[in-house]
Design a protein around this ligand. Sequence first.
Ligand SMILES: [Fe+2]
Ligand SMILES: [Fe+2]
Length: 227
Amino acid sequence: MNRFTTRVRAQASMVELRDFLPSVIAVPRLHARLVNTLSRMEYIGVRKMLKARHADLLDEAGLQHIIEEASHALRLKRAAIKLNGGRQLGVQNYSEADTLAGPSGEEYMQGVDRACEALLAPVELDGPERSEANYLLSTAAIEIRADAFYPVYEECLQEAEAGFSVNAILKDELRHLQEMQQSLEVCLPGNWSVMVARAVEAETACFEGWLASIRRAARESLEQVEA
Ligand SMILES: [Fe+2]
Ligand SMILES: [Fe+2]
């Protein structure tokens, strides 16, 4: 999986992200809404796992994954409240007003899911296996992005002395990616890496859409502040 992460880290969109993040981090109330969007995306990850995974295939690592993604959502929510001056009002829920382009976080996750479903359509799998394969493939693509995204974000947080760190989240995401690889090798023997390459390609388009939405929402909010 390392080669995929290395490739994603070198994408132009990641350079764009590195240039863009400091402008949001510099405005704590705007930053709080971005962190709340990230929290929403972690929460969607939990919801997807709960829906997609069949009890017959759910093991200890699967339960731990659910708990850890939920804890990422909570940790980011608390960071958002802290950045919001300790007030819940403004980052209380995942509505559009309380997030930064929150619905685009939902679109990103659904987009990756749909793309993986299409990639798996020609593969012969029974019901629970198909759902499991989709979970593994879409999670792998999203974890690869997380493993590229969080180090860039961490660097920007440290630089700005923003008062919190995402290193603990990153550590979990790196382990999740290893687990996805091990399970994909069993679930899609022979062609798992080709499938991951295609899933990453589809995910990249979804991420670019997400980043464009976040940038637009940040620009509009900053213009409102200045007006
Ligand atoms: Fe996570
Ligand atoms: Fe994860």
